[in-house]
Each structure stands twice: as C-alpha cells, then as structure tokens.
Design a protein around this ligand. Sequence first.
Ligand code: ASP
Length: 427
Amino acid sequence: MIDATMEQNRSGFWRNLALWKKILIGMALGMLVGIVMGPDAELLKPLGTLFVNAIKMLIVPLVFCSLVVGVTSMQDTRQLGRIGLKSLVLYMATTAVAITIGLGMGSVFMPGEGVNMVASDGAIAAKEAPAMVQTLLDMIPKNPISALAAGNILQIIVFALGLGIALNLCGDKGRPAVAMFESLAEAMYKMTELVMKLAPYGVFGLMAWVAGKYGIEILLPLIKVIAVVYLCCVIHVLVVYTGMISLIGRLNPVRYLKGLVNPAAVAFTTTSSSGTLPATIKAAQQELGVSKGISSFVLPLGATINMDGTALYQGVCALFIAQAFGIDLELSDYLLIIMTSTLASIGTAGVPGAGLIMLSLVLTTVGLPMEGLAIVAGIDRILDMARTSVNVCGDLAVSVLVGKSEGELDTTIYDRIGGSAKETEFG
Ligand code: ASP
C-alpha cells in the first residue's frame, strides 16, 4: 500500500515536471550513463533515433502549412517584405559578430599553439563554393511536390509564400483552402507537442551514445579547441543575443533564456537545426509569444541560412589550424575568413556535420592545409552540439526581435515564461 503511494508520488513528480526540466535531467543522466557504459552505450542510441525520426517527420508539413497560414494571416504584402528584410539584416549582422568573436577568442587563447603539424599536399579534397546565381535560381522549385518530398526548406518557403499570397488575392474563393491549411497547421502544432513529450528520452539516448563514444581520453588533446568553441558559444548567447533582446527589443533577456532551453537542448543532442525546427517553432510561439505569422516565416528561414554557431566555429578552427601548422595570418586573411565564413554558414545545411564540410571551403579560400580538417573531424560531434544550439538560439532571438518590432509579440506569454501556467501546460 505504502509502496503503491510512493510509486504514485514518484510518477506524479515526473508527470508534473516542466518539459525543459525533464529534458535537462535526460541530458545529465544520459551523460552519466554514457561515461559509465563507454562504447556499449551505443545500445541506447535507437532511443534517440526514434525521437529524431519523429521530429523529422514533422518538418515538411509543419513548415509548409504554418507558412501558408502565416502569409494568409498577413493581408499586407508590404509587411511580408519588411519582415523578410529585417530578418536578413539581423541574421547577417549576428553571423558577422559571431565569427569576429571566434577569431578574437582564437587569437587570445591560441588553441593550436604547440600542436606542431606539418602540411603535405591535398590529402583531402576541398568543397567547391556553390555559384551564387545558381543558389538563387535553385530557390524556386521547378516542381513543388518534389521540393516537399526532398524536404528542401528554401524551395518550400518560396512555394508556400507564393501560395499564401495567391490565396489572399483569391478573396472569398480562397477561404476554404485557407481554412483547411489553418486546421492542418493546428494539427501539426498539436503533433509537435506530442512528439516533444518524447524529447527527454530521446535526448537521454543520444547523450549516452555521445558520452560513451567520446570518452575523456579522446577529448583531452583537443580540449583547448573544444573549450574555446564552447566559450565563444556561451559569450555569443549570453552577451550578443541577450544584449540585443534587452537593448533593441527592450525585453527581459532572462525570459528569452528560459524560453530557449527546450529547443537548445534538442539542438545540442541532435546536432541538426533543421531537425530541431518543430521544437524551435513551438518554443517561439508558446513560450516566447512570437505570433504564428512571424515565427513560421522567420524560423524556417533562419534554420536554413542563419548559422552563427557554425560561423564562430569556423573562425576558431581556421585559427586553430593556422596555429597548429605554424602559419601566420595577416589582416587580409582575417577579413577573408570573416567573409567566407559568413557565406559558408549561409550555405551550410542544418544537418549534422555540415559545418565541417563547409570548413574546407574556408580553409581553401584562405590557403590553409586541408589536413587540418582531419584533426577537427575527430571531435566534430562535440563542437557540432554547441554550434547547433547557438544556431537555434540565434533564430529564436531574431524571431523575438522581429516579432516585437512588428507588434506581433504577445508580451503576456513572453513575460509568463517560467510561471506555473506554462509549466503545467507542457509538463
Ligand atoms: N549541425 C549544424 C546545424 O544543423 C550545422 C553545422 O554542422 O554547423 O545547425
């Protein structure tokens, strides 16, 4: 009898716990179990894969339906252009600041000093820069169905924008289709909520696998690079984003930090900002109070082109490799790194490890040895976790700022984060 009551209390405790707390507990336990089990923790990976697949399943229908609804709810097409422009400017500016932080910290802490590597020629092939014109042309899907099937987010954005604008122009005739998209979008939000309930377990499985795979021994030689990348990530979120939230948005930055915990934890463990998109959209709307119209446009765009974490990682790694091979960089090289890293981060897909491939682009442009990639590759997952979280936090910050400036931020929701109402709703 007593046992039964205790059991009930225990399950009641877990059930009533806010989702973000469950996710953090899942991460911590996962790390612990991974360290204890070592490589055997691979056994727990399917738990993570299950969650990742479930969340990936949501991306295309969620982005498509919510974006169409976002556009149809904005009757004013000028507003759409304004939102697009504001997002682009903020995305580019924060990315440039991120690389500068990466380069600054890389110069101060010199993570590659004393590594002493010698370059041989062209062991690893570099990635070619995609032509700008082609990238722009490719944004328009020749076949929207295959864009949806392939999950090409930029093409889906373009088609959904077009469809939304067309439905607005149709007036009464467009209403039934708008109502259908509204209802589908609602269903996708609900489904995201359900899938997010799996997050603590998925995060546990992924964390255990990573901690088991990369024991302390693998990390030690490169601990300085890891530390510098993580430090830059923390600075970027705690100084740049919260600074923008309080100075430009005139909002309480602590609320922003609390609101980003769920998607940041999902990003940290899945290392995919595209894969995290459903969690990011959910957090923006339900925890930070960004309107559906703004969040469904700004966030998918951000998940595709805004990669601040990736940019600062490229800055640190380029310096690390230069230092490790004893190559002195000049001011012009630094400027070249800033430029190519910004462009490379825009072209980076929001999938695991994409930043490492784009790093080759930065290295060739600056004339740094490709072998550097091989060293970084060994610890890339660990770096990817931090940079993906920053990528997602950046998208959220911009969505809050754009929402605020358009009068599309519900401050009653924003200010309520951490309050009991939200905690029980997601628990
Ligand atoms: N994994 C990152 C993301 O999805 C991209 C990268 O590898 O830098 O945001």
